[in-house]
Design a protein around this ligand. Sequence first.
Ligand code: SAM
Length: 352
Amino acid sequence: MYESLVNFVDYCNCITIVASRVNELRERRTLDDEGIRELLESDDESLAEELFRHAREVAVGQFGPVVWLRALIEWSNVCRNDCYYCGIRRSNRALPRYSLTRDEILSCCDQAWRLGLRTFVLQGGENPPAAEKLAETVAEMRASWPEAAISLSLGELPGETYALLRRSGANRYLLRHETAKPALYARLHPAGMRLENRLACLHHLRALGFKTGMGMMVGSPYQTTDDLIADIRLMEEFRPEMIGLGPFIPQHDTPFRDFPAGSASTTLRLYAILRLMLPQAWIPATTALSTLRPDGRTAGILAGANVVMPNFTPVERRDSYALYDGKSRPDAEAAETLNQLKLELDTIGYHV
Ligand code: SAM
């Protein structure tokens, strides 16, 4: 009896400490490592709810109850890299390769624009010669939709290619750093790929005037809470305008096929922590999260994310952009998906 009372008092003390961590993070926009660890590791879901509540209050304070839509166009799955986690890695011979033509890309943009989207995101495997060629299409996109934001996610490219893409009219670039720790980076990627290069690219992109995005997978193989804290510190220092993060999900044709998926709960906590640290950041509720949890989009928004990226890739290509297993890919046409999304957001009191 006495023992259970002591346990109960300890439990209450623990909740009070973690709740005060959330307040401190919101007030000071930073928190020490121990505090972050508690927020990430506490198994009390009511505390996580408290963290999410603060994060969404901050997001709504910044932007209103609004979710920003970005039209995702997975323009090519041809990649020179061999990242151990990724389904479009070079060594995956099981995958039919494709690159969308200029006409296909412009038609995806046209469809998105007509449906009211004002940001196009071209994402694809790392392929420097193709990226250089893509600059011509980017220039056409810029000429046809002068008011649109053009966001790219094409990996590490030579400085002159970044500069060319910028001159052609692209204004945002998402390059996830994947992990802030060189040792973990080396376990996720083959020799030859270096964190140093990736970070140098991010600095270069910013110097060229791109709004930059970084981020990582949550729960990638070998990742620890210390690694996630290092990721948070790196983003706190770099202050990216966009943050792309979602859970790791295994893909059956990769060396990491037998590792478990990352945690949706940790992903949501990271959205919330980063929202409280960087109130103005664009944080998408990612497709990977929706793959783990059918309500991933709304859960993400309620934890402080403020962007959703409906997929405008032609339906017949979506299977081939197989980054991980079960990648949620509504076969429905974009207009229908968009209506569905609006209804979902409506139920939580948000609009696009
Ligand atoms: N090639 C570009 C690059 O390297 O930035 C963009 C495309 S890359 C496939 C986009 C992101 O997908 C990666 O940064 C990685 O974080 C994520 N990704 C790849 N494989 C994944 C997996 N198995 N689970 C979850 N996310 C994955």
